[in-house]
Design a protein around this ligand. Sequence first.
Ligand SMILES: Nc1ncnc2c1ncn2[C@@H]1O[C@H](COP(=O)(O)OP(=O)(O)OP(=O)(O)O)[C@@H](O)[C@H]1O
Ligand SMILES: [Mg+2]
Length: 256
Amino acid sequence: MGRIFVFVNQKGGVGKTTSAVNLGAYLAEAGKSTLLVDFDSQANLTSGVGVTKSKPGVYELISGGARVEEAVRETSVKGLSVIPSGIDLSGAAVELVEQEQRDLYLKNALAPVREKYDFILIDCPPSLGVLTLNGLAAADSVLIPMQCEYFAMEGLSLLLQTIRRIQKNLNTRLEIGGIFFTMYDQRTRLAQDVVREVSAYFREKIFRTIIPRNVRISEAPSHGLPISQYDPESNGGKAYRSLAGELLARCEGARG
Ligand SMILES: Nc1ncnc2c1ncn2[C@@H]1O[C@H](COP(=O)(O)OP(=O)(O)OP(=O)(O)O)[C@@H](O)[C@H]1O
Ligand SMILES: [Mg+2]
């Protein structure tokens, strides 16, 4: 299992950004140097780790206006860095469509620092557009957060078609690192059914840890902190710590 992970789901609000921030924080706390890349012009990841100055950021990086070292910021978590994003990235999406090799900008931009970090986590916007394709081209592995709701399977099959296309053309070594459930509410029958159905189909691709719906997780970004610093003893904090442990174990299993 690879070291560059991309969080993808074309559905909005399923927990991509929250998972990138919190998994990144727990990986850093486990002693792994980790770089978060905010590849969404909404810049929720950037503000979620308390970074306010977005330039030079990922837009300058891919458009050649900054070197990667200049775009990286430290966060309040030791060992956790971030390349911030801002609204100008939405313009990049339009500019990129015109370019040849438009899907390889992020991959090329990150190449100089690939070896410097144990993990690089890329957060993508809720679409399968050119930014997400850049994320998939740059990564070794896709992580798919899923909310437990009715059309979950339908959305997943479109996403898997896209991944298969990328694996054929842009990035032959891309693998599906895994699928995990977020914002789980154990009181609803529907959530239980979705977990059962998706798990039966995807089997070993499913992470055992399920992230519960937890108000402390939704509060943390407004303090610019990951849950590991805001409230590690909350149910959400414990769940993300456990998910990070599973991810590390899978990586080590794949290597050994
Ligand atoms: N486990 C959780 N419990 C409660 N709230 C959560 C949880 N996970 C995420 N949220 C909240 O749900 C909202 C959507 O989460 P998030 O921004 O991570 O999703 P996203 O997939 O990145 O969204 P987008 O597609 O817009 O980028 C946010 O307000 C976030 O704080
Ligand atoms: Mg997001």
